[in-house]
Design a protein around this ligand. Structure first.
Ligand code: AMP
Length: 304
């Protein structure tokens, strides 16, 4: 199996109650790739402008399992940029600004060598870009989409069309509610399943995640990180997705039991991201470190 992602490569500015980081490497695809690469190879397709800082390229290149052949740098274009501020509980945030830049242009092209990808992840980006990306992988065995409040607000019909075409949906609880108008995650997920996908994952921040699948339901708590250990939650959702999809790629098993385990791998991967600003928490992450936390998660969730 081969894992591919498209999404944003962003210049992030983040404020938390205890610190801040300005113009650090971020974006949904960057976090996804850095996170997935702790378990195996991952292909990246995305675009940046000529304002993309050289040290951001260096930061991504520090993850050797990320194949950057699909990274397009465009002269005369501007890189996607995003600013966010976290509230005291570190679980809620407000977006301060979003500069779409290259996202308003033609989507990046997929290198011929990537055409045989079988696991396709549509990280947060414009739904129209996600849809055209998805359609380029005739051999796909599993496709999963993530999205965000902005796209539900400005491109809902396009997002619906993506949801109808994928196998899985991975949204925050607030996004699921915004999309369906239903507060209960199980009922909301049921409504999304009726649109076509086989499963829905509802991410609930510090309260874990829920998998609602045609073959069953699974629930996982967040890995226990005390508040003083949470430095910057940005990218935790994308890292969850990276850990989740990379586990599926590593095992080659796309059944319900495997997806249930993948929830755990996504969870522990995300726990590393929020311990530092930007991509720093993922640097040097490997299978033994992930396995330690995965085993602890198994231990603390054991019942019966
Ligand atoms: P997360 O914390 O997992 O929701 O992801 C935050 C990352 O998503 C940041 O690094 C941002 O650069 C990026 N981001 C923020 N807003 C958007 C958006 N509307 N579309 C795509 N990526 C975004």
């Amino acid at each position: 199996m081969s894992l591919i992602v498209t999404g944003t490569l962003g210049i992030d500015t983040v404020e938390t109650p205890t610190g801040s980081a300005e113009r650090v490497p971020g974006g949904s695809a960057s976090y996804f790739c850095a996170a997935a690469s702790a378990q195996g190879p991952v292909r990246l397709v995305g675009a940046v402008g000529d304002d993309w800082p050289e040290d951001h390229r260096a930061a991504l290149s520090a993850f050797p399992q990320v194949d950057l052949a699909g990274l397009e740098q465009r002269s005369g274009s501007r890189t996607f940029a995003w600013g966010g501020r976290y509230l005291e509980n570190m679980n809620e945030r407000e977006t301060l600004f979003t500069e779409l830049g290259v996202l308003e242009e033609a989507p990046p092209s997929v290198p011929a060598a990537f055409a045989d990808s079988t696991l396709v992840f549509l990280a947060n980006s414009h739904p129209a870009v996600q849809k055209s990306f998805l359609e380029q992988f005739a051999q796909r065995q599993l496709s999963v989409v993530d999205s965000m409040d902005l796209w539900i607000n400005i491109a809902k019909p396009e997002l619906h069309s993506v949801i109808e075409s994928v196998d899985g949906v991975l949204f925050n609880d607030s996004e699921v509610q915004q999309l369906t108008g239903i507060g209960n995650p199980y009922s909301a997920a049921q409504e999304i399943l009726e649109m076509g996908p086989s499963f829905v994952i509802v991410k609930k921040g510090e309260h874990g995640a829920v998998l609602v699948h045609r073959d069953g339901i699974a629930v996982v708590p967040a890995y226990p990180v005390p508040l003083e250990g949470v430095v910057d939650p940005t990218g935790a959702g994308d890292s969850f997705a990276g850990g989740f999809m990379a586990y599926l790629e590593r095992t080659g098993d796309l059944g319900f039991e495997s997806l249930r385990n993948a929830l755990g791998w996504g969870t522990v991967t995300a726990s590393f991201t929020l311990e530092q600003f930007g991509l720093d928490g993922l640097r040097g992450l490997d299978l033994p470190k992930l396995t330690d936390r995965f085993n602890r998660l198994v231990e603390i969730t054991r019942l019966g």
